[in-house]
Design a protein around this ligand. Sequence first.
Ligand SMILES: C[C@H](N)C(=O)N[C@@H](CCCCN)C(=O)O
Length: 497
Amino acid sequence: MCPQKQWSIEQHLVESTTSVLHEQIHQKHYTVPQHSPLPEINVCYAVDKPTQSFLKHPQTGSCQNVTSNTTCCSECVGLGPDRYNQLYAAYAWMTAATVIPGGYFVDRVGNRVSAIMSTCVAWLGTSLFALTVTGHIRGSSVMFPLMFCSRLLLGAGTGTALIVQDRILGTWFADNLSIVFSINVVALRLGNVSNFLLTANIANWIGFTWALWVGAALCSTAVLSAVFLSVLELYGKKNSDKKLTSIPDLSEEPVTLSRQIKNIRLLPKTYWLLCVTAVCYYSAYLPVISNGSKYIQDRYGYSKTTAAYYVGAVYDVSIIIPPFLGLLLKKFRCTGLLLSCSAILTAPVYLLLSYCSSIHPLVLTIYLGITYTTFAVCVWPCFAMLVQPDTFGTAAGIAIFMQSGGVGMTNLAVGKIMGTTESSDTIELLSKYRIVFWVLFTLSVLSAVFSVATNMADSRQNKLNSIFMKDPVPIEINDETSSLLPHPRTESRTVST
Ligand SMILES: C[C@H](N)C(=O)N[C@@H](CCCCN)C(=O)O
């Protein structure tokens, strides 16, 4: 199945030598980035890969009583791996727990209030985390509980902020969904990459504590952006010559729970099929991002830095190609079809990573970057095309809740397969990786199947592929009391005044 090319020992030695050079150049660069919503929020992460060494290192505080043969880290706070990973879990599960009520909250109070409140909560979380490693709190018995609380706040804030972000794009740019969502993916990934380029270097330059405070200060730009956005939205709604949104202002009929429940029940089948498509895709893709660096070290023999650099290539691609994809979709208006193509073309990469060591891992990570980026640029605008803005928050909350649940379960499954302690036998280790890749491949195939089912379910109205629409139906933004408009939302729309 794969072109057979055995890497000789010499080749591995050459590779490991050059990777040492890489180490000098790219130290602390591409460790595994994590997904994050609003680009400004991205600097809100207090716990991320570049700072993990300061957090996990067992040695804490001053180094006076450290014996010569013990590594010392006066900056470190000594959480250890278990408590460090509890901070990640706190964030992930809080995001999942809050996105549904958060999405309803967004629909109820509108973009402006929810944008400001969600970014304030995230900023509070980041600031609290910085406080925990400052002064007398650092190393005290309350440090970790406060850290844990800060991660809960961050999870609640960023999860809701992600929904607000997409709702604003879907509300204000319904005529250019592909373009704006592709730019959004670029902003997200720029946030990831800049976060990993800056955080560790700042920590090394002015110390870990100050690095976290710099992060908290940068996170405040998310709040300032939300305030500026709110001013713009107010101005836009008062001065625009067309009704840009069907979202009721507070002065109009408020969004009620019963109305939202009715609207959710009225959501088309395509929405639910799209949710499953996204769940399966991200459940397969994200574990590769989080475990890819270690796998590349174990499977191909690269250094930690080189391996992380190769995994980071996924995000390099995500910074470059989205605008081109957005322009392509704007012209051909076949978002649903491209979604299926990306899902189908992603599936083989999991088996190639597992079985074809003769293919350079960088080739496969760049390939994954292209298919993932195409999928991300397509899937989120599809939600905006299927759901009206006044229900989008609740609907997006359900979608992200399902996605978080799927990703969480897949990560647990991967952990169970790999075992609590890493196998020292390479053959056994690689056979465990192979099982993992078969699980991810299966999820990816399911994602492709459900993406095709989504397009088939949409084929009557062609909301996702308006290129096939015979006579584009003008979108009438009628009174806000109606629930879901019968008309499909397409890239080209006519709105009533
Ligand atoms: C993991 C997180 N919930 C997520 O889905 N991240 C997506 C968000 C893309 C948002 C586009 N408006 C990603 O691909 O990073």
